[in-house]
Write a protein that binds this ligand. Structure first.
Ligand code: BTN
Length: 246
């Protein structure tokens, strides 16, 4: 991937900036990096806590040659690239914690959310025109001024390891790992499902999935090739959940 980095001190959301470039026919590989976001956004209408100069907020413009049914693969390789990066950064710890993925797009460390992936796409007819893959990675984030729900669930590398990390080094690892995984997507007979499932903490656990049509409770049984979570409820009915929150 031929990356071109564009850096901003402060933007509303790196996703918005990237969409603007994409709509002006910019080719893939453009990376928007900001030091701060005033309207950082997450999946399902959530906001992303984005205080200045503490963490990584970036969006990558992609023009993937994927079938729209495979779009979730982008979120998967994004999450896997974050796992790769965390593993690279924490190997020096005496007993490095194992990062995990919480379905669908959350990366956890020591049971708390450290990173998230957001993919937004535009279509031309039946084909993908472009996708923007956004990553927020809590590097040195302090959560004192964060909303209570973020304080309760989130963490950062600095919080977990009690020292600051270099954001530039992490950004370089992240982009390199992502490029490697994105290149593999183009190969025949490859898909990221098995590796994604390997890091998924959700399988085998009781879950409560909030969907537009209601709530489904049961055991997360498996993951379908398109990324949908299969939940078995108390009546032994299987539910295929494509877009929801657990
Ligand atoms: C989530 O966990 O729901 C996804 C969070 C994605 C946050 C990143 S930060 C950089 C990019 N810009 C945004 O506004 N959101 C993504």
């Amino acid at each position: 991937m031929n990356y071109r980095l564009l850096r901003f001190d402060c933007v509303a959301s790196t996703m918005l900036v990237a969409h603007n470039f994409a709509m002006q026919s910019e080719s893939e590989g453009l990376v928007i990096v900001a030091d701060e976001q005033t309207a950082g956004r997450g999946r399902a209408g959530h906001t992303w806590f984005s205080p200045p100069t503490q963490s990584l907020y970036l969006s990558i413009l992609l023009r993937p040659r994927l079938d729209p049914a495979q779009l979730n693969w982008l979120t998967m390789i994004g999450a896997l690239a974050i796992i790769d990066t965390l593993q690279t950064m924490i190997t020096t710890a005496l007993t490095p914690p194992r990062p995990t993925i919480k379905w669908f797009n959350d990366v956890h460390l020591n049971g708390r959310k450290i990173s998230g992936v957001l993919v937004e796409s535009a279509f031309m007819g039946d084909a993908i025109d472009y996708s923007i893959l956004g990553i927020g990675l809590n590097v040195n984030t302090q959560f004192i001024s964060a909303p209570p729900d973020v304080q309760a669930r989130a963490t950062s590398l600095a919080n977990e390891f009690r020292h600051k990390f270099d954001r530039e080094i992490i950004l370089n690892h992240l982009l390199a790992h992502f490029a490697q995984r994105y290149a593999q997507l183009g190969l025949p007979n490859t898909n990221p499902i098995h590796e994604y499932a390997h890091w998924l903490e959700t399988i085998g656990r009781p879950v409560k999935m909030t969907l537009a049509k209601g709530i489904i409770e049961g055991i997360a049984e498996s993951i379908a090739p398109d990324g949908a979570l299969i939940i078995r409820d108390a009546q032994n009915h299987r539910h295929r959940c494509v877009y929801g929150e657990i």
